[in-house]
Ligand binder design. Structure first.
Ligand SMILES: C/C=C/C(=O)SCCNC(=O)CCNC(=O)[C@H](O)C(C)(C)COP(=O)(O)OP(=O)(O)OC[C@H]1O[C@@H](n2cnc3c(N)ncnc32)[C@H](O)[C@@H]1OP(=O)(O)O
Ligand SMILES: NC(=O)C1=CN([C@@H]2O[C@H](COP(=O)(O)OP(=O)(O)OC[C@H]3O[C@@H](n4cnc5c(N)ncnc54)[C@H](OP(=O)(O)O)[C@@H]3O)[C@@H](O)[C@H]2O)C=CC1
Length: 447
């Protein structure tokens, strides 16, 4: 039995749940990995010069044992997230520390502590097997998976699953991730695959769409409302392309920051009108490595006022971090909110606190999304209210190049990876709905 037989079953319109349940599992599968004995390979290099193509491998690895409450999924497609870039350059720390720590939780979690890490935090595919105690899903179900892994043994996570003390991001802080032909997930990560999308389109939104939903829309984030002005950094990137859609769909006004005319055009295609090209306008928020230039914060603020007819922003959607955070705090209106989920350019932020307290602004930290938020975000994709922002698709063999593109900011929106799917465009079950949305689905293609 090989993964080819699994693919044949997925591609046959006659396959039943019983057929999938009866398929023997292969002993091994192809997976994108990083290796524990290579974590020092980039020592001494600047972040920019650490090359994911050197650290990312395509290996044959054994199929992991299936535990209670878990599912093995045949992965048709996945996508590259920035967390896989961090994993592949071993910053801010090697992910093997996470696996070692997880391995100490129980007999079962010890499986994750291996000398290789199968990475990836998105998937679209088909359930192959479910473990004891799983009733909601069956072999043959077509699914996507969100990346929140929790144990839920403490009461801390029972109001908001992100607050579980054993909260982890699957495929980053756990092993057996989605950039592979087979993945191991907890069954409560599974959600229905939107029928109007191909495998690679369905795999693209998951992580970033759920994160942007919590960060911007949810009561746990900025609680954006109609009429809000929302400054969105990297508005055509992974997170930003969903934040822009949420702002527009929710009756807010996105002010999209991008770094090229090409990216500005993508934002216009989404329906945004207020766009700032940070490269063309050449903002230099830092005079040198240690000193910020508040005149540049003010120049950005003036530009925002020009675009909005004199208004400041109610919400800043932050993730670049050190480079932009001082400016973000400055340009937020009195009583407004800076909501942050990352620090791509550095996690030691500096901002002038007088502008925060005197103007009663708030900084909110946000991370991924709880089960309910991830489900609600996927539901909006399934209803065709929010669309995938897939620009380019790579083969599993070329995942290193895909991660390199994201690391060097050479991509648009989301970058997909075909795992078992032999070509793009497969897996669409609702052609009629697709036809209604096809232009929006393809907005990020060929630009
Ligand atoms: C969905 C996608 C998301 C993304 O893409 S996010 C971007 C990628 N992610 C990242 O860049 C984050 C990577 N992770 C990290 O950098 C680290 O992960 C953290 C900095 C978040 C945490 O580091 P740690 O070493 O795990 O945390 P500590 O708090 O220093 O814990 C070490 C020990 O310190 C103890 N401790 C924690 N809080 C306190 C306290 N308040 N007072 C005293 N001790 C404390 C703990 O218990 C533990 O102890 P013990 O080592 O014995 O287990
Ligand atoms: N905590 C969480 O749950 C999550 C955190 N993240 C983190 O968020 C960050 C962004 O992820 P994602 O959106 O997928 O990545 P992308 O690279 O797809 O998009 C980020 C965009 O931000 C802009 N940007 C990058 N650096 C700077 C800078 N120095 N100043 C201003 N703008 C900048 C770029 O757009 P342009 O050049 O057009 O301005 C870039 O395209 C990563 O660090 C990631 O790890 C992501 C998802 C979830």
């Amino acid at each position: 039995m090989t993964v080819k037989d699994i693919l044949a079953a997925i591609q046959s319109p006659d396959s039943t749940s019983e057929d999938f349940a009866a398929l023997p599992l292969p002993e091994s599968y192809r997976a994108i990995t990083v290796h524990k004995d290579e974590t020092e390979m980039f020592s001494g290099l600047a972040t920019r010069d650490k090359d994911p193509r050197k650290s990312i491998h395509l290996d044959d690895v054994p199929v992991p044992e299936l535990g209670p409450g878990e599912a093995l999924v045949a992965v048709m497609a996945s996508s590259v997230n920035y967390n896989s870039v961090w994993t592949s350059i071993f910053e801010p720390m090697s992910t093997f520390g996470f696996l070692e720590r997880y391995g100490k939780v129980s007999e079962l979690t010890r499986r994750h502590d291996l000398p290789y890490h199968v990475i990836g935090s998105d998937l679209a595919g088909v359930v192959l097997r479910t473990g004891p105690g799983v009733n909601a899903w069956r072999p043959g179900d077509e699914v996507v998976a969100h990346c929140l892994s929790v144990e839920l043994e403490s009461s801390d996570g029972h109001n908001d699953t992100m607050l579980d003390p054993e909260q982890r991001i699957w495929g980053f802080e756990t092993n057996f991730g989605g950039l592979a032909e087979i993945a191991l997930v907890k069954s409560n990560q599974l959600m229905p695959k939107p029928g109007h999308l191909s495998w690679e389109e369905a795999a693209a939104p998951g992580l970033v769409n759920s994160t942007a939903y919590r960060q911007l829309v949810s009561r746990n984030g900025a609680q954006m409302k109609q009429g809000d002005n929302v400054l969105i950094w990297g508005a055509s990137g992974g997170l930003g392309s969903y934040a822009t859609q949420f702002a527009l769909a929710g009756g807010a006004t996105p002010i999209c920051v991008v770094s090229s005319e090409q990216k500005a055009e993508i934002c216009r295609r989404m329906g945004a009108e207020l766009i700032i090209d940070r490269s063309a306008e050449d903002y230099r928020f830092w005079s040198d490595e240690h000193t910020q230039n508040p005149r540049e914060w003010k120049r950005l603020g003036k530009r925002i006022r020009e675009l909005t007819g004199g208004e400041d922003v109610d919400i800043v959607f932050e993730h670049p971090g050190r480079e932009t955070f001082g400016a973000s705090v400055y340009v937020t209106r009195k009583g407004g909110t800076i909501v942050t989920c990352a620090s791509t350019s550095g996690y030691d932020h500096q901002y002038d606190n007088r502008y925060l307290w005197m103007s009663l602004k708030r900084i909110i930290g946000s991370h991924f999304a709880n089960y309910r938020e991830a489900w609600e975000a996927n539901r909006l994709i399934a209803k065709g209210r929010i669309h995938p922002t897939l620009s380019k698709v790579y083969s599993l063999e070329d995942t290193g190049q895909a991660a390199y593109d994201v690391h060097r900011n050479m991509h648009q929106g989301k970058v997909g990876v075909l795992c078992l799917a032999p070509e793009e465009g497969l897996g669409v079950r609702d052609e009629e709905m697709r036809a209604r949305h096809v232009d929006a689905i393809n907005r990020f293609r060929n630009i």
